[in-house]
Write a protein that binds this ligand. Structure first.
Ligand code: TXA
Ligand code: MG
Length: 320
């Protein structure tokens, strides 16, 4: 079983030996390894059971490292990195040959970000390679927001989990790419559309997928908790369809008056979308237990973090 601890030197040793470490970030925990070592990167895909067509994010510890892997930066990317790094934003940019093709699933671009977590920033600055790290969950499952979430599912496959506490943002980074002059959001996340637009002007939101354009929609059912079926809306809409005793509800700030209160989780009683994001994945995991078959989730207001939360809920609800 993985050791869970706060020992950065231990994490450095494991990484230098070519093994994987669970790392905390402000968004979710990552399953990290040396991004420049093909064998290590293959290990990440294997442990996560991730299909080879789904590329990884490369994590760097300082702004200068960006220039080591990206041959030329456009002005908007430069501005975004200056303002929002370290932070919950990933940039998709042309890569040079130092980044192995397995990392990017053969794409000519690399997804890169500087995470905002003190332990992981220290770690990154103690090693001389960047860290490839997908979220530290088995492919298709809910992302982990605590060291114990990582241990629950990947504990028998990795040696060390660096414990940085509960992730303060709680949903994954916003992924931003560029199409000529246009800024494109490929995944809504920890930096809101409003914040990004206030810096670089209007953006286009790519609704199809966060992944390779050649595989649109393949990742739709991401974020589903186990075999539970997620529905969107109120109890009233489902009362003739679902067994109430096997149903729970996830709500924003107040319970659904038509359903037993004890079977409802509120994401933020004070109506704070940041708090709601922080609680979302923990709540989905909490409901992944026997006896529960259905989760009815209320959509958040479609603004700020609400959009990113709704994106996860819609994907969780898109069962095939
Ligand atoms: O907050 C986060 O971004 C977390 C933490 C650990 O940093 N990481 C994370 O990684 O969510 P992951 O692997 O679960 O999601 C990365 C997404 C994938 O959907 C992948 O398809 C997309 O980024 N991606 C990676 N490289 C890409 C590229 N070159 N072009 C388009 N999409 C890319
Ligand atoms: Mg993921």
């Amino acid at each position: 079983m993985a050791v869970i601890g706060k020992d950065i030197d231990a994490a450095v040793s494991v990484l230098k030996a070519g093994d994987l470490v669970g790392i905390p970030t402000e968004t979710v925990y990552g399953l990290a390894g040396n991004a420049l070592d093909v064998e290590v990167v293959l290990k990440i895909f294997e442990v996560k059971q991730r299909p080879a067509f789904d590329p990884l994010i490369v994590h760097i510890g300082n702004r200068d490292a960006l220039h080591s892997f990206v041959p030329d930066l456009n002005r908007k990317a430069e501005k975004l990195a200056d303002h929002f790094w370290p932070g919950p934003m990933t940039l998709i940019l042309p890569k040079n040959s130092l980044i192995p093709d397995v990392v990017t699933s053969g794409l000519a671009t690399v997804a890169i970000r500087m995470p905002d977590h003190p332990l992981t920033l220290r770690l990154l600055n103690l090693i001389d390679f960047p860290l490839a790290a997908p979220s530290a969950n088995p492919f298709g499952y809910v992302s982990p927001t605590s060291a114990h979430h990582v241990a629950d599912q990947l504990g028998d496959k990795i040696a060390y989990i660096l414990d940085g506490g509960k992730c303060p943002v709680g949903i994954e980074s916003t992924i931003i790419g560029f199409d000529g002059d246009e800024t494109v959001i490929h995944r809504l996340g920890g930096k809101s559309v409003e914040e990004i637009e206030s810096l670089v002007g209007a953006v286009r939101i790519n609704r199809s997928s966060t992944s390779r354009p050649t595989a649109p929609g393949m990742l739709e059912s991401h974020y589903a908790p186990g075999d539970k079926k997620v529905y969107l809306g109120r109890w009233e809409q489902y009362k003739d369809l679902l067994d109430a005793s096997a149903t729970v509800m996830i709500r924003f700030k107040s319970p659904d008056p038509d359903f037993p209160e004890t079977r409802q989780a509120l994401l933020s009683e004070r109506g704070d979308l940041h708090e709601a994001a922080r609680n979302l994945f923990t709540t989905l995991r909490r409901f992944d237990i026997p006896g529960i078959s259905y989760i009815i989730a209320e959509l958040m207001p479609e603004e700020g973090f609400g959009r990113a939360i709704n994106d996860r809920l819609r994907r969780a609800a898109s069962h095939k």
